[in-house]
Design a protein around this ligand. Sequence first.
Ligand SMILES: [Zn+2]
Length: 120
Amino acid sequence: MPIRPPTHAQLLRRARGRRQGDRDYDQRRRERDPALAFAARVYRSKRWQNLRALQLRREPLCEDCRRHGVVEPATEVDHVLGLVLRPDLAYDLANTQSLCDPCHARKSAAERRARRGIRR
Ligand SMILES: [Zn+2]
């Protein structure tokens, strides 16, 4: 049986040093990227956990869904201006919003795309 050549995605992963199921990968990325290291510290902190709980009590529904007339429980507390952009607003309640998981994932993906656009 012939051996299938590696896909483009597999080659890219190898070039970047990521193997499938590599548990240390995220840790190495955090160590290399100060913005990710800062975010990890924020999310581990008691201060953030308290702020997050307060925001979800204040606003238990997804604010993005509500703007579209949909009632959906919030599961995430998002930084309106992201941590990479405004680390000084990490613990500012006015810079947080309650989101459901799909809305938060959509916003985070858009922010990552925007950052890549700026960097490259
Ligand atoms: Zn939502």
